[in-house]
Design a protein around this ligand. Structure first.
Ligand code: FE
Length: 378
């Protein structure tokens, strides 16, 4: 069933690209691609909305049961989770993958006809956007309420954190003394002029961090911080978090703002581990502590199988899937009692997580983007 899912997944990915590609093309190409996209969309909607298993499979109960997951993630931990769920329940898992904002557009466009049972995406800021579009159905589950810390789930059960990630500072050990780093504030310190790398301000990781800092410090100090960081850039924002780490390694900058798992991934990669050998992670523990965010899942508003969706999300919090997130993707399990085997995460050490309720981040999202724009952080 996993092989069938992967073929279907690839098909649906191509379908999504075809459907939305016209939105991103130059004007002169729009008409041609629009027609192509529409034609493929008509075919694609029927195939991707197909509620039969298509491969003749049946569940352990003898009935065809299928769970459709819309996900913006494409990690081994998630594929291992889907396979484990299929094995445990006999339910066929089908996935449709695309960038988070594209998934939201697809869900909105499909409306009540949507085949999605579960929505999986990264960052509370993106979960908030989906919530604003009324894409989630509330899920009440005593099991989930007990297992997932309150800050890591929506108060009305629209989504639950599956795993967590921390936004940290990565620095060059030979050019930055640990005593020079105090917290996120350091990135705005004039002593770091021309020494800082970060990705663009349109990225949800940065928007959610600044949303948390607005809550922590108030608007004025958050504005000063964003302006200070932008003034300290060694180069214009370019690329993703891994690119920022590589820029520090290459000597383009001395310190960068990134999610921890990108660093852990490089530590564990035989080919790339040389990149991080002279670098270290600094945990901005001062004050409220390190900004922590989630990968989360919720039941889709128009889920054809809400009960299967609940079973899936509850299953994701059990020991083996929680270990997958830590061991295969270098995230931290949402269920804090789970122990796991990951030497890189152990080496990065413990940290103090900001206790802010992540469902609050969305409220400051628009302001965060404004502050970034005013700061000239592109
Ligand atoms: Fe990421």
């Amino acid at each position: 069933m996993a092989a069938a899912r992967n073929i279907h997944k690839l098909y649906c990915k191509l379908f999504l690209l075809a459907l939305f590609e016209p939105l991103t093309q130059q004007k002169e190409n729009t008409m041609r691609l629009g027609i192509l996209g529409l034609a493929i969309a008509v075919l694609g909607l029927s195939a991707c909305n197909n509620t039969g298993t298509g491969d003749g499979s049946t569940s352990a109960s003898g009935k065809d049961e299928m769970l459709v997951i819309f996900s913006s993630r494409h990690y081994d931990s998630d594929y291992a989770l889907y396979d484990a769920f299929e094995k445990e329940t006999g339910i066929d898992v089908r996935t449709i993958e695309a960038d988070g904002d594209l998934l939201v557009e697809r869900l909105k466009a499909d409306g009540a006809r949507s085949p999605a049972d579960v929505i999986v995406t990264v960052d509370a800021g993106r979960l908030w956007r989906a919530e604003q579009e009324d894409l989630f159905a509330p899920l009440k589950s005593d099991t989930l309420t007990e297992q997932v810390p309150a800050a890591m789930r929506h108060p009305d059960g629209f989504w639950y954190g599956l795993a967590t990630r921390a936004r940290v500072l990565v620095y060059a050990k030979d050019r930055v003394k640990e005593g020079e780093l105090a917290g996120y504030e350091t990135l705005a310190d004039p002593a770091f002029k021309g020494r800082v790398c970060a990705r663009s301000s349109g990225n949800i990781y940065n928007i959610s961090l600044l949303a948390a800092l607005i809550d922590r410090w108030g608007s004025d100090k958050a504005q000063q911080w964003a302006t200070g960081v932008a003034n300290n850039f060694a180069r214009d924002p370019l690329g993703g978090d891994t690119d920022q780490i590589k820029a520090v390694a290459a000597g383009e900058c001395d310190v960068a703002l990134v999610n921890h798992y990108y660093f852990a991934r490089l530590m564990r990669d035989d080919k790339d581990k040389g990149v991080v050998k002279d670098l270290a992670v600094f945990w901005p523990n001062a004050g409220e502590g390190v900004h922590v965010n989630v990968s989360g899942a919720g039941v889709a508003k128009n889920a054809p199988n809400p009960e299967l969706a609940r079973r899936f999300i509850e299953f994701a919090m059990t020991e083996q899937p929680q270990r997958f997130f830590a061991e295969l993707t270098n995230e931290y399990p949402a269920v804090s009692s789970i122990t796991y085997d990951n030497a890189a995460l152990k080496e990065l050490g413990d940290f103090k997580a900001d206790p802010i309720s992540l469902s609050k981040l969305g409220e400051n999202q628009a302001e965060a983007q404004q502050l970034f724009d005013r700061a000239g952080w592109r």
